[in-house]
Design a protein around this ligand. Structure first.
Ligand code: UGA
Length: 434
């Protein structure tokens, strides 16, 4: 087949250049599409024009540089509308005080498109099921397609380029627009799920809520393993080999965080409640997750008696590795609890310290992991950054007041840590408490 050059490829518009919008823009440009991306924040658009990005996402900066001639950034809605018919809406829908999704940014995009008849609004933002239906009723002239995103922070570029599936929801009158969207994604492979709008919206919420449920489930199994002397990793491995269960998202730890799982689990619970159904299971998923973030405190107390005046190092602050995102990070709850118990908290994270500083007043940020560990009574591995496997643990043990390490992600080699002199304890490792 003849390769199309970028002039022939369908122009793509992106509304909102946060993390999802930027990944979407960069990846469509990489696929050869001319991309125009619009954001209301002038400062952000200016720095993107200068080729500067502030988001830490592996491979993203490289793609933006490589495809700069196909990427245009603007604050001007008219320029966007002239530049592309297909508009991917990637604005945030953060939780409001009630926990429901805040749709104000989606609303302002819809208002901008009000009089428009030709464009296709492709909703990537996570919205409650029924939002598409409401927008369609309000703007019958506008083609509406739901195309939820399933990218994971830290592997977003790869997830975009090699999707498991692409979900495209539309109503029959917009089937042609849905087909145009499908056409954009076909070169990537991955199953195309063509469905109705509300089902597409529910697929997104249900997927995140289900993955979060698996995590809370395995965390509770881990807690039981500690009581009965079993090893949760063995349990997860044995469970995951059952094809009906599968191995993914069965890693226990100190709770899930990030901008999506906590928000979407709660949003689905509220959506159900607002629609007259009490989604009981999700209450437990949320509660288990909150308790899991605090369990480390009792593990530390067991080793240190009490935490008053004890100096505790947190290794990692971001909600997961390869990102500087601190939203709903377990480190926030944990450090507040530790300080509440009277401990002095120091921390090190390879990339998240700048974003963490203002969120963690009173927590001292250290230049390296080794500096954070020095003179501490105990340490907690909060985020599984690969560089923590390179730490010289014998040196670290020598410099600590008491070499206690709680591995909140079961990431380090227990044998190596114990050989280095540590009292090492992971999560769900019954009968193996260092
Ligand atoms: C999640 C989903 O995985 C994506 O598919 C989705 O697109 C995204 O939310 C979103 O809605 O935007 P993300 O929040 O980037 O992606 O991160 P995950 O890798 O899913 O991890 C979420 C949290 O779960 C992290 O705190 C991680 O440490 C925790 N986790 C994950 C576990 O505790 N155990 C596991 O087995 C897996």
């Amino acid at each position: 087949m003849r390769e199309m050059n970028s002039e022939e490829k369908t122009p793509v518009g992106v509304v909102g250049v946060g993390w999802v919008g930027l990944v979407t823009a960069a990846c469509f440009a990489e696929l050869g599409h001319p991309v125009i991306a619009r954001d209301v924040m002038e400062e952000k658009v200016d720095s993107l024009r200068r080729g500067e990005i502030t988001i830490h996402e592996p491979g993203l900066a490289e793609l933006l540089t490589k495809n700069s001639d196909r990427l245009r950034f603007t604050t001007d809605m008219d320029e966007l509308l002239e530049g592309a018919r297909l508009l991917f809406v990637c604005v945030d829908t953060p939780p409001t005080y009630s926990g429901d999704a805040d749709l104000s940014r989606v609303r302002s995009v819809v208002d901008d498109l009000r009089s428009d008849g030709d464009h296709v609004l492709i909703m990537k933002s996570t919205v409650p099921a029924g939002t598409g239906e409401a927008i369609r009723r309000e703007l019958p002239g506008l083609a509406y397609v739901s195309c939820p995103e399933f990218l994971k922070e830290g592997t977003a570029v790869q997830d975009f380029m090699e999707p498991d599936r692409v979900v495209i929801g539309s109503e029959p009158e917009h089937a042609a627009a849905a087909e145009e969207v499908a056409e954009l994604y076909r070169p990537l492979g991955g199953e195309l799920v063509l469905t109705d709008t509300s089902s597409a919206e529910m697929i997104k919420l249900a997927s995140n809520a289900y993955l979060a449920t698996r995590i809370s489930f395995i965390n509770e199994i881990a807690n039981v393993c500690e009581e009965v002397g079993a090893d949760v990793e063995e349990v997860a491995r044995g469970m995951g080999l059952d094809e009906r269960i599968g191995p993914h998202f069965l890693r226990p730890g100190i709770g899930f965080g990030g901008s999506c799982f906590p928000k979407d689990v709660n949003a689905l619970k509220l959506l159900a409640g607002n629609s007259g159904y009490h989604f009981q299971l999700l209450n437990s998923v949320i509660e288990v997750n909150e308790l899991q973030k605090r369990r480390v405190v009792s593990k530390l107390t067991k080793h240190l008696d009490n935490l008053i005046g004890k100096r505790i190092a947190l290794l990692g602050l971001a909600f997961k590795p390869d990102t500087d995102d601190m939203r709903e990070a377990s480190s926030l709850v944990l450090s507040a609890r530790l300080r509440g118990e009277g401990a002095e908290v120091v921390a090190y994270d390879p990339v998240a310290m700048d974003s963490a500083r203002s969120l963690l007043p009173g927590v001292e940020m250290m230049g390296t992991a080794q500096e954070a560990l020095a003179d501490c009574d105990a340490a907690v591995l909060v985020t599984e950054w690969s560089e923590f496997r390179e730490i010289d643990w014998s040196e670290a043990a020598g410099g600590m007041r008491k070499p206690v390490l709680i591995d909140g992600r079961n990431y380090l080699d227990a044998g190596e840590l114990r050989a280095a002199g540590f009292l090492y304890e992971g999560i769900g490792k019954g009968g193996d408490r260092g």
